[in-house]
Design a protein around this ligand. Structure first.
Ligand SMILES: [Zn+2]
Length: 205
């Protein structure tokens, strides 16, 4: 994760302290599509990518397995793409069942949209903070910048992140954002999936 992906507000307040929250990766999302054998819906990548050449045209599929009955299904990644049109490095990764490529495909929301399935991110992440206790309920003269870093592109509602990170109730989070104590680069109800910074402003002495 690089700092260049951070979403920053135009004018950043002076901060006394900085904290890092990391959205840790616990696993890959489940692929939700109906199994043609058993009608169950949850699938997992098998770790295999199949490449089929027909002359100069290639088909590439990600193979997934039904959690219920183990039936393997194919998710089309490329269909009848000219071999020249495919980045060579990418093709080598496909041919080698490269785990990094399998991971990338398994988390690819655009691919899910094209291929007509949904991703279930339940249980794929947890939030690690280096400030186990920062009592926002008390007045604190110090301001704080929190950099939120994502190890995986899981969409999380901002409010849920704040509740988990600060250990606050829904109404407390809403109150602090509403009063401007917590400043966000996006709406509280928005979903985020990439690095950003938020600020907790100092209380008036
Ligand atoms: Zn099945």
């Amino acid at each position: 994760m690089s700092h260049s992906r951070s979403t920053r507000m135009p004018a950043e307040p002076d901060v006394d302290r900085k904290a890092l929250w990391v959205v840790r990766e616990l696993g890959l999302p489940a692929i939700i599509k109906t199994c043609v054998s058993c009608r169950a819906t949850r699938h997992r990548p098998t770790g295999k990518i199949r490449v089929n050449a027909n002359g100069k045209l290639l088909d590439v599929w990600m193979l997934i397995g039904c959690e219920q009955c183990d039936r393997t299904s194919k998710i089309p990644v490329h269909e009848r793409v000219h071999v020249q049109a495919l980045d060579h490095e990418r093709l080598v990764m496909f041919e080698n069942n490269d785990p990094a490529m399998v991971r990338r495909l398994a988390m690819d929301a655009a691919l899910a949209g094209r291929a007509g399935y949904r991703l279930d991110w339940t249980g794929t992440w947890d939030l690690e903070t280096d400030l186990p206790f920062y009592d926002l309920a008390k007045d604190d003269p110090a301001s704080l910048e929190v950099l939120v870093r994502f190890e995986l592109p899981v969409p999380i509602r901002v409010e849920k992140l704040l509740r988990a990170g600060f250990g606050l109730s829904r109404s407390a989070v809403r109150g602090m954002v509403g009063s401007g104590r917590i400043r966000l680069p996006m709406a509280l109800d928005a979903k985020v999936r990439a690095d950003f910074s938020l600020f907790v402003l100092a209380t008036e002495p």
